[in-house]
Design a protein around this ligand. Sequence first.
Ligand code: NBX
Length: 806
Amino acid sequence: MVSEAKSAIISKMTLSVGKDPAFATDYDWFLACALAARDRATLRFLEGKRVTASDGKKRVYYLSLEFLIGRQLTDVLSNLSLLDVFRAALEDLGVDYERVRSAEPDAALGNGGLGRLAACFMESMATLGIPAYGYGIRYDHGLFRQVIYDGWQEEYPEDWLSFGTPWEFLRTDVVFNVGFGGSVETYVTPAGITRYTWHPGEVVHAVSYDTPMVGWRGRSVNPLRLWSARAVDPLRLELFNRGDFAGASSDQARAEAISKFLYPSDETPSGQELRLRQEYFFVSASLQDLLSRHRRIYGDLHSLPERAAIQLNDTHPAVAIAEMMRLLLDEHGLPWNEAWAITSATFSYTNHTLLPEALETWPLAVFERLLPRHLQIIYFINNLHLEAAKKAFPEEPELLRSVSIIDERDGRKVRMGQLAFVGSHAINGVSALHTDLMRKTTFRDLNRIYPDRIQNKTNGITFRRWLHQSNPGLTAILKEVCGAEVVDNPEVIERLAAHAGDSALQDRIRAVKLANKTALAKVIAERTGVRVDPAALFDVQIKRMHEYKRQLLNLLETAALYDAIRANPDADWTPRVKIMAGKAAASYVNAKFIIKLANDIAQVVNNDPAVRDLLKVVFLPNYNVSLAEVIIPAADLSEQISTAGMEASGTGNMKLALNGALTIGTLDGANIEIRDNVGNDNIFIFGLTTDEVSYRRERGITAGQAIAASPMLAGVLNAVSGGRFSPDDPGRFVQLIDGLRGADRYMVTDDFDSYYAAQRRVDACWNSGEPWTRSAIINIANMAWFSSDRTIAEYAREIWNVPVDL
Ligand code: NBX
C-alpha cells in the first residue's frame, strides 16, 4: 500500500505537476498528493452516478450560496482510509505530511455557520450513501482575509483559486445559458391558452466544475457542482478593432463579476443587484441541469418529486421556486396546476435566522428589471396563495398582509422567506427553540394556514473533521475505551460516561488537552507574539463578530476581572487565557469597534505586570476553518453567550463540547439541547430566558435599571468609555458603550451580573480539578446525537423521503 501510494505521488509529481521531486516545494507535494487522492475517489464517484441512474434512486439537491469546506486533503485521505498510508509514503520520500497539508489553501466559500453546515451536510450525505449534488457558486475570491493592524480589522482579497485547485473537474459539456432583464412576450395558442416567452436582454454562460465529496470509508462520493460565470462572447471584436480595448471586454467583465466574490456580510443582506444576479445565476443553471438529467433518465417531468428533492439553504436560492415554475410552464409547456404540484412537492426550505434585518427582500423595481417573467409568476403565486388564505381566515384581513409574498409597506418588496415557505412542502428550523420561535413569531400566520409544514431539524457537525481529524489524541482514547467502532458509530461514545470518575482516564484526557493547548499556544505566539501558559484555563469565543453574539459581554467581563485581579492580586485567581477570533462584515461599524476593543484590552492586560500570568487576552486574526481545527481541540471553556432567542442554533457550541470544552451559555439555540444531553451540572447556564427577553422588549425596559443595580457593571462601562483601554484616544468607545446605556438591544447589561457570577462558578470548578475533567468527559460522552449523520438521516426520512440505513 505504502509503496503504491509512493509511486502514485511520484508519478503525479512528474507527469501532472511537471516537477522533479528533488526540486518540489510543499505546494507541489500538496498538488501531487491531492491528484493521487482524487484518482482514488473518482472511480467511486463515477460508479455512484451510474448506479443511481440505473436504479432510479431519488437524488437530493442541496442549493446553497455558501459551502465553507476549508482544506480537503486530510479529509479526503482520512475518509478513504489512506491517511496513514500517505503519511508513511511521504515520510519515505523525506517529506513532512504536516507541511504538505498546510500548503493547501483554505477554501472559504462561505461566511460562517450556514456555509459550514452545508459542508458538513455534503460529507454526511456521502457517508450515508445518499445520492446528492451540492449546487453553488465557484467564487474566484472567498471570504476576505482579515488582518489586524494596530488593533483594527482590515480586509484583503482572498486568493484560494489563484493557482487553480487540484480537486475539481471542469465539465466542458455542462454549460447553461442564464438570462437577465429584457421583456416578456404574451401570446395565445390556437387552442386558446395564454403563453409567455421571456426574451432576456442579456445572457451569461454558467460553466460547471465538480469537486468530489468523499463519504466516510469512501462509501459514496457525491459531486459539489459549482458554477462559474463566463461571457457568451469573450471579446467584442468590432470595438477592439476600433481601439476601444476596455469597451471590447466590458461584457466579459460584467458577466464574470457574478462569480467574482462571495458577499461577506452575514445576517444582513446586502440588497445589491449583483447579489440577486448571483442568486438567480446559480439557481437557474442548477435547475436546468437537474431537469435535463431527470428528462434524460426518466423522460417525463411529472415524476420529478419522486426522483428529486431540492433543499433551499436559507432564502438565498428561493428564486428557484419562480424559476422552476418558469421552466415548467414556459419551456416545457405544463399547465399551471401541474407545474405548481411538481414544484411544491420537490422543494423544501431551511430557515437559519429570525433577525428581522436578516430576512431577505428585494425592491420590486430591481426584481422586475432583472427578472421580469419571474415577477409575473410570483404575482400569480401570491394571488392564489392570498385567495386560499382569505378562504381559510375570512375574518382576518391583517393576516393577508403578514403572509403576502409582496410587502406593501414602505416601498414594495418581494419577501423571499414567504416565497420559500409558500413554494415548499416542508420548512425547517435548526434547533428546537428556533423552530418553536418560527411557529410563534416570523411565520406565525403562515403556520396557521399551513400547520403541518414547519418541522425541526437540529443541526449537527461531522465528527470526521471535527473530532477524528482535528483531535487524533482524543480519538485514540475513544477507540480504546469505547471500542474501535466508535469511528463508525458515534453512539458508542456514550460508553465513556461510565469511566468519567476513573482517574487514569482523567489523566489521559488532561494530557491530550494539554498537548492540544501547547500546539495552540505556539500558534498564538507565532501570530500575535503573546506567550500564554498551556496550563491556564483556555476560554474561547470563536464565531462571526455580531452584536447579538455578544463578544462585548465577554470583553466587559474581561475588563471587570482585570480590575478585580488588580485590586486583589494575591487572591486565589484562576489563570485564564481569553481567546477570541472572528471576522466582522466590512461595513459593520460596531462589530469592528468590538474587535478594536478586544485588541486594546489585550494591549493593556498583557503588558500589566500586576496581573502576571493570571490573565491574558488574545485576538487571533483571520479565523477560518483551518484555525478552528487548531483552537477547538485546545479549548477548556466554550463561550455561547448570545441573547436568548437570537442564535438560531450554533454549531461551534457542538464542536467545542465534543472536544471536551465545558459550555458557558445562555438558554439559546442548540445550547438548550446540549444542556439536555450533558445535564445541568456539566454546563454553566446564565442569563435571561427567551421569554424574559421578549417581556423586557415589549415593555421597553432599558439598561438603566441593570446599571443602577450593579456597581461593577457601572464601573466597567465607565472605564471602557472613559478611555481606560484606549489612552491614545480616550473617546474611542464612547459611542459603543452609549449604545448599551441607551437601547441595549441585545441586553448585555441585563445579563452582565449573571454572566460574571457564572464565570466565577467556572473558576471554582476549574480549581477543583477532578470535577472539571469529569464534566468534560461527560460532555464528550453525550454529544453523539449532534453528529450531522443523525441530522441528515432525519432530513432524509422526514423531508426528502429517501432511504438511509443508519
Ligand atoms: O446558521 C447561522 C446561524 O446564525 C447559526 O445559529 C446556525 O447554527 C447556522 C447554521 O444553521 N446563520 C448564518 O450563518 N447565516 C449566514 O451566514 C448568512 C449569510 C449571508 C446572509 C445571511 C446569513 N445574507
